[in-house]
Ligand binder design. Structure first.
Ligand SMILES: Nc1ncnc2c1ncn2[C@@H]1O[C@H](COP(=O)(O)OP(=O)(O)O)[C@@H](O)[C@H]1O
Ligand SMILES: [Mg+2]
Length: 354
């Protein structure tokens, strides 16, 4: 049975400029122990989609228009705040973007980790303090018994992130949601944190949703990759299939914008017609859509060199891609391998703004 079943999740924000279509029809399952990487440019709905399942979007202006999110037999969207608060941190661990704003500067690391445990009534205060030391050790902080007595400002950026992870996994959740947790860190520390997460995942047997705008991070950690744009899932599939047999023009654009080597990894993106080594970073032309007035069809169509007339007027459903790995889904009216054979560099047709 899936751990999480997201069905038709649709979220809007009512603003003075109109309703922002932040998340539209997001549907997927997450299996126990699976790591899902969610990627997409800023504003694509990555954060809102998880915040809304956790009851963490401000309402108003936020509004869940429709959908359901089943977790351990209950629809998270129908729970009361009190019930959600108990699930958050206990059954679903959360790690946010900026550790400086998430750790309380006036409390010791020990009291913050202990609080995460005792607030769910899982242990006595004394046991939770002992557990805090074990958790700091688990996340690779040296001299944990000494460090646990310190305040966040006495930790380096990487260590604060490790402390945040310790809080996220303190109750051994079944699911850990991490929203751009390594974005503020330098590349070396980021790589260390990713290794730590892979290790922790194995030890604790939890599933993860890892949100990032960085394809390199996703390539290093995810079993399944989900690419979002304009509040919708554009492509989803086993990581290897998605990188090597890309089917969405948006994913293709993201991959093409990567340098050949990032964090010492090589990106193998041999979709038909793609050259293996790229001397320069290619940016995706055009700007993201105005989500108060989303395009009527495929949200990426205005920036897509392979768009057909149908793409402009009708939203494509997310379906199994033709002749692709099982579970490799794409939302596209065009067939990318065919389109790339005719236009290998993705040149915008004349007269289109790119
Ligand atoms: N509180 C809010 N009020 C109005 N619009 C919001 C609010 N939070 C997010 N949005 C909008 O929702 C869309 C999706 O945002 P978000 O999920 O944060 O993107 P991502 O995490 O992919 O960068 C964006 O257009 C963003 O401007
Ligand atoms: Mg975000």
């Amino acid at each position: 049975m899936p751990l999480l079943e997201v069905n038709d999740l649709t979220v809007r924000f009512d603003t003075s400029g109109g309703a922002v279509h932040a998340v539209s029809g997001v549907t997927y399952n997450l299996e126990p122990g699976e790591t899902l990487g969610v990627v997409g440019e800023s504003g694509s709905g990555k954060s809102v989609h998880v915040l809304s399942m956790l009851g963490l979007i401000p309402r108003p202006p936020g509004r869940i228009v429709r959908g359901s999110v089943m977790f351990e037999g209950r629809d998270l969207l129908k729970l009361r705040e009190r019930e959600l608060r108990d699930i958050r941190g206990k059954r679903i661990g959360v790690i946010f973007q900026d550790p400086m704003t998430s750790l309380n500067p006036v409390l010791t690391v020990e009291s913050q980790i202990a609080e995460a445990i005792t607030s769910h009534g899982l242990m006595s205060k004394k046991a939770a303090r002992a557990r805090a030391v074990e958790l700091l050790d688990l996340v690779g902080i040296p001299e944990p018994a000494k460090r646990v007595k310190q305040y966040p400002h006495q930790f380096s950026g990487g260590m604060r992130q490790r402390a945040m992870i310790a809080i996220g996994v303190a109750c051994e959740p079944k699911l850990l949601i991490a929203d751009e947790p390594t974005t503020a860190l330098d590349v070396t520390v980021q790589a260390q944190i990713l290794d730590l997460m892979k290790d922790l995942k194995k030890k604790l047997g939890m599933a993860m949703i890892w949100i990032t705008h960085d394809m390199g991070v996703v390539a290093g950690i995810a079993d399944t990759v989900q690419v979002m744009y304009g509040g919708r899932i554009m492509e989803r599939g086993p990581a290897r299939a998605l990188f090597q047999d890309t089917r969405s023009a948006y994913t293709w654009g993201l991959l093409r914008s990567l340098p050949d080597h990032s964090e010492g990894r090589t990106y193998e993106t041999h979709t038909p017609g793609q050259v293996k080594r790229r001397p320069r970073l290619q940016q995706i032309g055009g700007a993201p859509p105005d989500m108060t007035n989303p395009p009527p069809g495929d949200p990426f169509a205005p920036r897509n060199p392979f768009a057909t007339e149908r793409c402009m007027v009708e939203v494509p459903p997310l379906v199994q891609a033709r002749d692709a790995a099982p579970g490799h889904l794409v939302a596209a009216w065009y067939d990318l391998p065919t389109a790339l054979a005719a236009n290998p560099n993705g040149v915008m047709p004349k007269g289109e703004a790119a």
